[in-house]
Design a protein around this ligand. Structure first.
Ligand SMILES: Cc1cc2nc3c(=O)[nH]c(=O)nc-3n(C[C@H](O)[C@H](O)[C@H](O)COP(=O)(O)OP(=O)(O)OC[C@H]3O[C@@H](n4cnc5c(N)ncnc54)[C@H](O)[C@@H]3O)c2cc1C
Length: 401
């Protein structure tokens, strides 16, 4: 059951699955993840992150753990986890090294789009291969000229017989280099009004005309590849159009982002908690003026605020994940969780750095990594400015006078 009962090489691992809400199953799964994180991820995280090295061995282990199929139903070979349990797993991993959660999360947003909007044939064809990790990838929405305003995308798909010919550029695509397949947002009708009705979402597998033009260098979030993808007369079979109908691309892409936002929020909790844990530890060891700094009220106030943020963010993530699991719309809940938890991660990482004094700025401590990773959470899966707009719109919609 555990990753490695003995020795360093992980044995074949299957996370035990069971009915939702089964506390024992949940405990066993989180225990498996905890052991994997402690035994396999923690010893290499610092070195791989500083070197911006893709964690190939960890990816193989993630396949064995079933993480690439975490939320894919068991009938397609996945683990069929609830969003609630999935969020806890993400939080636990992000507490150690956030980047590797992106390797399976972007992939699962792609899978969620097929799961929610794909035809039966598409589900049968793609989901088992996504679940096993045999085919991995992510979501290709953003372009050099637009990220928030996705209706303005310029990547174009034109139908020719039983294929579509795609031309355009996507940027910032997570897993762009090591992934093989992407949910690709394109324009199929330039004149559609409203503009979103001119968008469609395809499953695009790498091949002729689909190239990686460059790896993008980043402040943090190292280890996972972010890339620019170029499509030049790339022919994708018409049967790869998700749902089989043009005009629903933006809706399908944004539908998958609800899960993505819960995941980002869970990552935020992970970083906020790790920053707090490091601060609690360090503040008891470091002495100034004859006593541990945790006995200075200025430090205690910081610790109290940090811990309160962690608890509040945790509850918001739980609430959003529970709403997702119940089905129906949960963009307000996911937006609130993402907004609060990502800001908590940013604030806690900075406060932890302050508590660490000069050592907080050192690459020998993990705090500088949390500080570099956290800001991404305010950008990805919809910026925090946009989350506020989503929340406000939902407030009005749900409370008409
Ligand atoms: C490390 C990393 C990984 C990423 N991974 C992926 C990926 O896998 N797939 C993918 O498709 N994309 C990915 N992205 C792109 C990311 O989703 C976009 O950067 C993000 O959506 C913001 O888009 P933008 O950068 O074009 O900013 P813009 O849309 O240009 O926004 C610039 C600023 O204006 C604000 N703004 C924009 N419109 C409004 C408005 N109406 N009201 C108020 N404020 C507004 C924004 O909040 C932001 O502050 C990634 C980005 C990074 C940095």
């Amino acid at each position: 059951m555990t990753l490695s009962e003995s020795g360093t090489e992980p044995s074949k691992v299957n996370i035990p699955t069971g009915p939702d809400g089964d506390e024992l199953q949940e405990y066993l799964m989180l225990d498996t993840i905890n052991k994997w994180v402690e035994q396999e991820v923690a010893p290499v995280a610092m070195e791989l992150e500083h070197g911006d090295i893709y964690p190939e061995k960890l990816v193989e282990q993630m396949k064995e753990l079933g993480l690439f199929g975490a939320i894919i139903p068991t009938e397609y070979g996945g683990l069929g986890l609830s969003a609630s349990l999935y969020a806890k797993i993400v939080e636990r991993i992000a507490r150690c090294w956030m980047s590797i959660t992106g390797i399976f999360n972007s992939h699962l947003i792609m899978a969620a789009a097929v799961l929610r909007f794909g035809t039966d044939a598409q589900k049968q064809h793609w989901l088992p291969r996504f679940a096993s990790g045999e085919l991995r990838g992510g979501l290709a929405l953003t372009e050099p000229d637009c990220g928030t305003d996705l209706q303005a995308i310029r990547t174009r798909a034109v139908r020719e017989g039983d294929h579509y010919i795609i031309n355009g550029t996507k940027t910032w695509i997570s897993n762009g280099i090591y992934g093989q397949v992407f949910a690709l947002l394109v324009k199929t009708d330039l004149d559609a009004d409203p503009r979103h009705k001119g968008t469609s979402l395809f499953i695009a597998e790498k091949g002729d005309g689909f190239t990686v033009s460059r790896k993008l260098e980043k402040l943090g979030y190292h280890g996972i590849d972010s890339a620019e993808l170029v499509f030049e007369d790339y022919a994708v079979p018409a049967e790869n159009l998700i749902g089989g109908k043009e005009g629903f691309g933006l809706k399908q892409a944004l539908g998958g982002l609800e899960l993505g936002r819960i995941n980002v929020a869970a990552r935020g909790v992970g970083i906020a908690r790790a920053s707090l844990d490091e601060a609690i530890k360090y503040s008891q060891l470091r002495k100034t003026f004859g006593k541990p700094i945790c006995e200075h009220q200025a430090i205690q106030i910081k610790l109290a605020d940090m811990a309160t943020r962690v608890e509040a963010a945790t509850l918001l993530v739980e609430k959003a994940a529970a709403a997702y699991d119940r089905g129906g719309r949960c963009d307000m809940e996911a937006g609130m969780a993402k907004l609060f938890a990502s800001e908590a991660a940013i604030e806690n990482s900075l406060e932890s750095m302050r508590i660490h004094g000069g050592y907080g700025y050192s690459k020998e401590f993990p705090v500088e990594r949390y500080y570099r990773d956290a800001p991404l959470l305010a950008i990805g899966e919809g910026t925090n400015e946009i989350q506020r707009i989503i929340i406000a719109r939902q407030l009005i919609e749900r409370n008409p006078v």
